[in-house]
Design a binder for this molecule. Structure first.
Ligand code: MG
Length: 247
């Protein structure tokens, strides 16, 4: 830390903020996830019985996803991939999640502006963090950052799959501050694409909020309140001017 900056840390949301927002086919997602159900191929691969069982498992996982994300929205309770299978009443083998991972992988690419932005923030003595609402394990997220050459620029990263809470709980934001070594929320900035989870949530935690307004948030994921951002940026590169002004 330089000691001169009035901003201690900038913490980022992940999906739709550090990555481009993509509208995802949730039916296809559920079918890929159902590949990990244990004994899914007991009927004989490709047999009518196996196909029906796969479709049924996918439908249950899709419904379970609604329950799990509803709990996040309404109660800020977190979940893991394993919790999703439990909610669906299905037994799964984590070693069989390849199809699900491959389904999502094209949607995980880091915005090319992230690297230069994070380098600049660190050059200003400002810590860089990530706080994501996610059911995925830490290794997946860190793998995406490593693949795209930005992992070494991160001072701290927090994934709700490892916490009891999700955003917008103030506890989640406090965990992110702790992870980057920040102590004063008024000197922290949060950047995200959601007006409830990210903007309202971080402001409730005492931070300043920057909105990246490119995502089409599904209606069932919109929360009870929308925060008014302290700043709006159309590209991550624009964040430099915003932070410089506040610093
Ligand atoms: Mg997001």
């Amino acid at each position: 830390m330089s000691g001169t900056s009035r901003i201690e840390a900038v913490v980022f949301d992940w999906g739709g903020t550090l990555t481009a927002w993509h509208d995802v086919d949730f039916h296809a997602e559920s079918l890929a996830l159902a590949e990990a159900v244990r004994h899914a191929h007991d009927h004989g691969p490709g047999s009518p019985g196996a196909l029906a069982a796969h479709d049924a498992a996918a439908a249950r996982l899709h419904a379970a996803g609604g329950v799990v994300w509803g709990r996040s929205r309404d109660e800020q309770r977190s979940a893991t991939v394993a919790d999703l299978f439990t909610e669906a009443g299905l037994d799964h083998d984590p070693a069989l999640l390849d199809a699900y991972y491959d389904f999502w992988e094209p949607h995980t690419l880091t915005d090319p502006e992230v690297g230069p932005l994070w380098e600049w923030l660190r050059s200003q003595g400002i810590a860089v963090g990530v706080l994501s609402n996610t059911i995925w394990p830490r290794e997946w997220h860190r793998g995406f950052f490593a693949r795209d050459g930005v992992l070494d620029l991160l001072d701290g990263d927090v994934y709700s799959s490892e916490l009891p809470w999700t955003k917008p709980s103030p506890h989640a934001f406090r965990a992110a501050m702790d992870a980057v070594g920040a102590t004063d929320p008024a000197r922290c900035v949060y950047v995200g694409d959601r007006l409830f989870d990210d903007v309202w949530g971080s402001q409730q935690a005492g931070m300043r909020a920057v909105h990246v307004p490119h995502s089409t948030i599904p209606a069932e994921q919109v929360g009870h309140t929308e925060g008014t951002p302290d700043a709006v940026v159309r590209t991550l590169g624009e964040l430099r001017d915003v932070v410089a002004r506040w610093a």
